[in-house]
Design a protein around this ligand. Structure first.
Ligand code: SF4
Length: 61
């Protein structure tokens, strides 16, 4: 189980996370939002977090 969280104050709305990992991130009003607060198994979420230019995504196992 891993917790997924986007810091919406830090997010600059670049869209990378939603493009890399659409199963877990979507864009709402120009900001990314996690689709679920947690996932049973990490797939693309870490890659999306690493791609975020402002480190707004946390993935906690
Ligand atoms: S990659 Fe980071 S800055 Fe870009 S939309 Fe996602 S959370 Fe926001």
């Amino acid at each position: 189980m891993a917790k997924i969280k986007v810091n919406q104050e830090t997010c600059i709305g670049c869209g990378s996370c939603a493009s890399i990992c659409p199963a877990s991130f979507k864009m709402i009003n120009g900001k990314a939002k996690e689709i679920k607060a947690s996932v049973a198994k990490i797939t693309c979420e870490k890659e999306a977090a690493e791609a975020c230019p402002v480190n707004a995504i946390s993935v906690t196992e």
